[in-house]
Design a protein around this ligand. Structure first.
Ligand code: NAP
Ligand code: ZN
Length: 356
């Protein structure tokens, strides 16, 4: 099917209007009219080929909220008109051990990403949510609880689940002491979710001036990571640290703030660590450094339902599709409170002037 959206044609080009072909729906598919799409820092990494596996044209966007416009003959969970979400994956092998355990994000054959992958059956490229509509098997579609603001719910599909999954995996609850590094899209969701789970929550930030926001978002304490005295004041304190920083950075200073058996889980930066990681605090304090990627589909639905019950959405700045390049520049400077969300109704303005 023909779809209109925004794409980038190379690591250095700007995003611009683009018409492309999506795969035709199959019998287990849901066709979704996209209403909102969050702007994740991963979109910026992918657009610029920071990870080396992007191909072009690339239509980013994996925090998708939409309305079902039609369903295939074998679809049972959705009907036209339902409000639904799609996150970072649209398929996986379905039969490996991780898939059987609801951990599709760790599929042994590799999951199919919402954009920047190839469909497992017809091998067509996948394209993301900076577009009018999307097609996905119902297995990778989540329900949006009634009452949640739709634009504010979009970032839950990536920023929400990426921070929820480690909070759940490391059993965060009322007795837990959790810290979050970096107050951006993922970081602000981590504060909200950890607070709602009952944990004592601390934000590590390098930015002066985020204290007030951080407290409003659920932080009990704020530590300026560039201030050595403040870092010393939290030595041996945390059970879990969620590190959302997108670029290479020194994680050594954070290790001594973990308690015995504590874990620092990296979710932000993908690549080799610099400077070298010292094993001394790890060995002497039985501490762990771990990593985590998004969450499974059942876990995403669990997080979405939790957010429905607790009235949790993302703090967003709604933008028009035409403002995406400025939004990327601002995100690069950490100048966003705390997630951009594209209102896809704005695409119509470009479509009107388009010569097909
Ligand atoms: P974001 O909104 O840009 O937030 C990142 C925050 O990290 C910034 O607000 C800033 O917080 C801090 N920061 C930025 N650059 C830094 C630097 N050079 N050194 C130290 N701190 C820095 O990004 P996001 O959308 O939350 O994404 C964060 C990272 O997670 C990205 O790399 C993204 O690709 C990745 N990600 C991973 C997964 C996964 O499944 N593992 C899923 C989604 C995204 P302060 O100003 O408070 O210091
Ligand atoms: Zn993302």
């Amino acid at each position: 099917m023909k779809v209109f959206g925004y794409a980038t044609q190379s690591p250095t080009s700007k995003l611009a209007p683009h018409r492309f072909e999506r795969r035709e729906p199959r019998k287990d598919d849901v066709v979704i009219e996209i209403l909102y799409c969050g702007v994740c820092h991963s979109d910026l990494h992918m657009a610029r080929n920071d990870w080396g596996w992007s191909f072009y044209p690339l239509v980013p966007g994996h925090e998708i909220i939409g309305r079902v416009s039609s369903v295939g003959s074998s679809v049972t969970r959705f009907k036209a008109g339902d409000h639904v979400g799609i996150g970072c994956m649209v398929d996986s092998c379905g039969h490996c051990s991780p898939c059987e355990h609801g951990l599709e994000q760790y599929c042994e054959e590799g999951n199919t990403l919402t954009y920047g992958s190839y469909d497992r059956l017809d091998k067509m490229p996948t394209y993301g949510g900076y577009s009018e509509k999307i097609v996905s098997s119902e297995r990778f579609v989540v329900k949006i609880p009634d009452g949640l603001d739709l634009a504010g719910a979009a970032p839950l599909l990536c920023a929400g689940i990426t921070t929820w999954s480690p909070l759940r995996h490391w059993n965060v609850g009322k007795e837990s002491k959790v810290a979050v590094i970096g107050l951006g899209g993922l970081g602000h969701m981590a504060l909200k979710l950890a607070h709602a789970l009952g944990a004592e929550v601390t934000l590590f930030t390098r930015s002066i001036g985020k204290e007030e926001d951080a407290r409003r978002l659920g932080a009990d304490h704020i530590v300026l990571s560039t201030d050595e005295k403040q870092m010393v004041s939290v030595q041996g304190h945390f059970d879990l640290i969620i590190d959302t920083v997108p670029y290479v950075h020194d994680i050594n200073p954070y290790l001594s703030t973990l308690s015995l058996n504590g874990t620092l889980v990296l979710v932000g930066y993908l690549g080799g660590l610099e400077p070298i990681l010292s094993t001394v605090p790890l060995i002497l304090g039985r501490k762990s450094v771990a990593g985590s990627i998004i969450g499974g589909i059942a876990e995403t639905q669990e997080m979405m339902n939790f957010c429905g019950e607790h009235g949790i959405t993302s703090d967003i700045e709604v933008i028009k599709m035409q403002e995406i390049n400025t939004a990327y520049e601002r995100m690069q400077k950490s100048d966003v409170k705390y997630r951009f969300v594209i209102d896809l109704a704005s695409l119509k303005a470009d479509k009107k002037g388009e010569i097909v």
